[in-house]
Design a protein around this ligand. Structure first.
Ligand code: NAG
Ligand code: NAG
Ligand code: NAG
Ligand code: NAG
Ligand code: NAG
Ligand code: NAG
Length: 457
């Protein structure tokens, strides 16, 4: 009795002191019962949370596997132990309930030759500087080239050097141009074409807020499905049919426009290029679309993995997309039409890899984790909610969106869906800590809810 208590104590100490070396396999024989341990949770004091709040945490280990990522993985156990009620005042030696670490499987992805893509963005220097956190997630330390055209600015060289040098290390070339924005955008086709290397297969026009969750997956997708040795155009179409009605069945730039080198050669040919540059259209993607449809017989192929995200209605309008578990090749409008902290969401990739970002798991008790975005309690009523459909969390009638993101389901009321949203993600000793917060609504007596996931490295 005494001996086994001593062993338990030693185990707990080891667990506390050395989270890094502690790994637990969900499938091994140890029962995953709750244990009480004391932790220093003072870091929670810095967040904007009520003085009394509910709290639970879980450690997670990831097991890599080779194979397709599923849109929803069911786990037959609860994600969290019972919530504790904590006071902001006394967090430095706080007793909490700890379940054994949970092992989740995350696909690993083979490395791909990133030099086959050359990206182009027309923007301004301050906006480019603001975009560093999102660009560095997918472009840092790759062989893809990034060409930026921007109006002249005193800080151009500073921003260029900061982006080229470690730790950001992006293969960047900034060109200053006095062209109006729409012409600067179209001019990228020739700039990317002229700076292509023997490896370059795709010239890619994006916006400064086009986010790529996984560049390796995007590259493998394009390489497996399309033939870059022919004139080819792969692009996003708007997810809003009203936008298509207004602008036409054209490539929408924010979701990404992928131009094969042979197609670019047709567009930059003498006699074509000058006429396209002289267009009087007032949208950059409109000039591009005209140029392709007037001077070539190439038709755009719309790939529904590329997301223009013409959705709005509330800061959380993007919930439906980010909680769909679907693999998104590109993400757009996340800091303008609605509000999602994408660089923060992507941080978990430092531990789980790019494929684990926005991956979705459903736990016993009706709790769904959309990694890096939210943890939602649907409660036992989850049976009524068809998680294979996308919740339309933005304004407009379903019919406008079905062609791109269907099947859809109606937005749930708050009493059916309690959302904890990611507010922080930080590498700390032993792994990455994510903090998810539910702000108390009226009727919840001002008590916020905090959930913590610790992804063991
Ligand atoms: C852990 O602490 C809680 C709350 O103080 C208590 O109810 C529970 O019995 C304890 N569990 C164990 C395994 O000691
Ligand atoms: C899930 O776990 C419960 C109890 O732990 C068990 O009774 C049930 O059979 C399990 N279901 C599946 C599908 O594994
Ligand atoms: C750029 O620098 C020049 C010379 O230092 C200064 O006169 C000018 O106001 C600056 N322009 C901007 C936009 O900061
Ligand atoms: C770039 O952004 C950083 C961090 O937000 C800021 O400190 C810096 O002043 C910005 N630089 C320029 C040139 O805008
Ligand atoms: C790029 O690689 C270097 C060296 O491995 C590393 O220090 C740096 O953090 C990486 N940068 C990013 C943004 O991943
Ligand atoms: C940057 O692009 C310009 C214009 O395309 C080109 O003249 C220059 O050589 C490029 N610089 C580098 C370092 O690639």
């Amino acid at each position: 009795m005494v001996a086994s208590a001593l062993v338990l104590l030693l185990l707990l100490r080891k667990f506390n002191e050395d989270a890094r070396s502690y790994t637990f396999d969900r499938y091994d024989s140890r029962p995953p019962g709750p244990q009480n341990i004391t932790l220093d949770l003072s870091y929670l004091q810095g967040y904007d949370i009520s003085s009394t709040f509910t709290y639970a945490r879980r450690m997670i280990t990831t097991k890599p596997f080779e194979g397709e990522r599923s849109t929803l993985t069911k786990i037959n156990e609860t994600l969290f132990p019972d919530y504790r009620i904590l006071e902001k005042g006394g967090l430095s030696a706080q007793e909490v309930t700890e379940l054994a670490p949970l092992a989740l499987q995350v696909p690993v992805f083979p490395k791909f030759d990133t030099s086959i893509m050359s990206f182009g963005i027309a923007t301004s220097i301050p906006r480019l500087n603001d975009s560093i956190p999102q660009l560095s997630h997918w472009l840092s330390n790759t062989s893809s080239l990034l060409t930026v055209v921007a109006p002249s600015h005193n800080d151009t060289l500073d921003v260029e050097l900061a982006m080229q040098n470690p730790p950001i290390s992006i293969n960047l070339n900034i060109t200053t141009s006095s062209l109006p924005f729409v012409k600067a955008y179209f001019s990228l086709v020739k700039r990317l074409y002229d700076s292509r290397t023997a490896n370059t297969q795709w010239l890619v026009l994006i916006d400064d807020d086009t986010f790529i969750p996984s560049l390796p997956y995007l590259i493998s997708h394009l390489s497996n499905i399309y033939d870059s040795s022919k004139p080819q155009l792969v692009a996003a179409i708007s997810d809003d049919f009203d936008q298509i009605r207004t602008w036409g069945m054209i490539p929408f730039g924010g979701g990404g426009i992928f131009i094969s080198v042979p197609l670019a050669a047709l567009l930059v040919a003498p006699g074509v290029w000058e006429k396209c540059m002289a267009s009087s259209r007032n949208q950059g993607d409109g000039i591009f679309s005209d140029c392709v449809s007037i001077y070539t017989d190439v038709k755009p192929i719309f790939d529904h993995g590329l997301n223009q995200m013409d959705i709005m209605g509330s800061p959380n309008a993007g919930d439906g997309y980010f909680e769909s578990g679907r693999r998104m090749l590109t993400v757009h409008h996340w800091k303008s039409w609605f509000d999602a902290d994408i660089p923060l969401a992507a941080k978990v990739s430092e531990v789980v890899g790019d494929e684990g970002v926005f991956m979705r798991w459903c736990f016993a008790g009706g709790v769904v984790l959309s990694n890096g975005y939210s943890i939602v309690e649907y409660g036992e009523g989850i049976g009524d909610v068809d998680l294979s459909k996308v919740e339309r969390t933005w304004d407009g009638t379903d019919g406008r969106w079905l062609h791109h993101i269907g099947p859809l389901r109606s937005k749930l009321k708050e009493d059916k869906k309690k959302s904890f949203r990611l507010i922080d993600a930080e590498m700390v000793e032993g792994g990455l800590r994510q903090i998810y917060l539910h702000k108390a609504t009226e009727g919840e007596a001002g008590v916020d809810g905090v959930l913590e996931l610790f992804w063991l490295k």
